[in-house]
Design a protein around this ligand. Structure first.
Ligand SMILES: Cc1ncc(COP(=O)(O)O)c(C=O)c1O
Length: 374
């Protein structure tokens, strides 16, 4: 049986398609294609859903991070602590603000930024720390802040990359609402995926949100008057309508992802693979499993074996950011960030989108057992 890695049809049953087409027809009729009424409606709906006062919808998650960083005061001459093991946009956004990403190693158990390594890299130029809720796992921001602020002797802004964590929760605060600001992605494969590129930035503070709104439209509060140089990061109304259509099912789908993750872990454990041949992800409360990621030192062979059987799997991410060609001028070398580097060689993401079935998971786990000869 083929096991697809991702199939968008899980979210596009006939009733949903019909309803979405109705929303899109409405947009064709009112003609407000960019930043239209659907965008306002979506901002209100997301603010309520996330329990964060201010939501600024924009073009995509990468641009949302630029808004979040600039509104937190990041600019030329600043350093931002960024985990080296994440999607490129977490660091790319820092560079796009004219600041310097300072790469930090990860905690090998959670794949999240290491508080200790971050604290050791604080300098007088450190303006912010980018915390990535990688794979949908909520990071412990209050604990991280304590360690970093103690090392700095002042308050360091926290900017959250919540691109993979829509709907994730943390016992000590709201994911995306614990830092100064946050950027979120609605790329189609994300937990809250749009039928195209889209994203949003959030902030608890009204002034920070107002700056993000201005920056989204070329830095102007009034049309054709510009207080600072911003961007065109507006959201299309068609995307907002799609997200309004999909948002009501997000809690259900995040629940399906969690159940699927728990089932995988049960199957791997029952097969005698967990701990011996594979390391399973830690199941923290509030995790929304944008990805279910196992690790093994036979990763590349296992991936080839599964793909030869039409079983989807993928590597997020194959190269630590301090080793990316575009960051060689920062002087990063192999061996600098051992946990990030090790993760790039060992991680393997398995199908976890809400269309994955009980049979898919059994098929996959029995193929993995066959690979390891158990
Ligand atoms: C961790 C992380 N940050 C940022 C982004 C950027 O989002 P987008 O693709 O919407 O620009 C993504 C999406 O791929 C991501 O996974």
């Amino acid at each position: 049986m083929a096991v697809p890695f991702f199939d968008i049809q899980y979210n596009l049953d006939l009733a949903t398609k019909k309803s979405l087409l109705g929303r899109w027809e409405n947009i064709l009729n009112h003609g407000g294609f960019v930043n239209g009424p659907e965008v306002r409606e979506l901002e209100a709906a997301l603010a309520e859903f996330l329990d964060i006062p201010h939501v600024v919808c924009c073009s995509n998650g990468s641009d949302a991070l630029v808004l979040a960083l600039r509104a937190a005061g990041v600019g030329p001459g600043d350093e931002v602590l960024v985990p080296a093991f994440t999607f490129f946009a977490s660091a790319g956004a820092v560079s796009r603000c004219g600041a310097k990403p300072v790469f930090v190693d990860i905690d090998p158990d959670t794949y999240l930024i290491s508080a200790e390594d971050a604290a050791s890299k604080v300098t007088a130029a450190t303006k912010a720390v980018m915390v990535v809720h990688l794979y949908g796992m909520p990071a412990d921001i209050p604990a991280l802040e304590k360690v970093i602020n103690a090392a700095a002797g002042r308050e360091i802004a926290v900017v959250e990359d919540a691109a993979q964590a829509v709907g994730a929760t943390h016992p000590d605060g709201v994911v995306g609402g614990m830092g100064t600001s946050a950027g979120w992605s609605c790329f189609p494969t994300k937990n809250l995926g749009s039928p195209g590129d889209a994203g949003f930035a959030t902030a608890a503070n009204e002034e920070v949100a107002e700056r993000m709104r201005r920056l989204r439209e070329h830095g102007g509060g009034r049309q054709y008057y510009h207080d600072e140089v911003g961007y065109n990061f507006r959201m299309d109304s068609l995307q907002a309508a799609g997200l309004l259509e999909f948002l009501p099912r997000l809690v259900e789908f995040n629940g399906v992802r969690r159940n699927s993750a728990e089932h995988y872990s049960e199957l791997f454990t029952a097969a005698g693979l967990a701990g011996k041949h594979l390391t399973l992800p830690i199941n923290t409360p509030g995790h929304v499993y944008h990805q279910y990621v196992i690790r093994t030192d036979k990763r590349d062979d296992l991936m080839a074996f599964l793909r030869a059987r039409d079983i989807g799997c993928a590597v997020y991410y194959p190269l630590s950011l301090h080793l990316q060609p575009c960051y060689q001028d920062l002087g990063g070398q192999l061996g600098d960030l051992p946990e990030s580097e090790r993760a790039t060689e060992q991680v393997l993401a398995l199908p976890i989108y809400p269309g994955v079935t009980f049979d898919h998971r059994e098929e996959l786990v029995s193929a993995v057992a066959e690979f390891f000869g158990v």
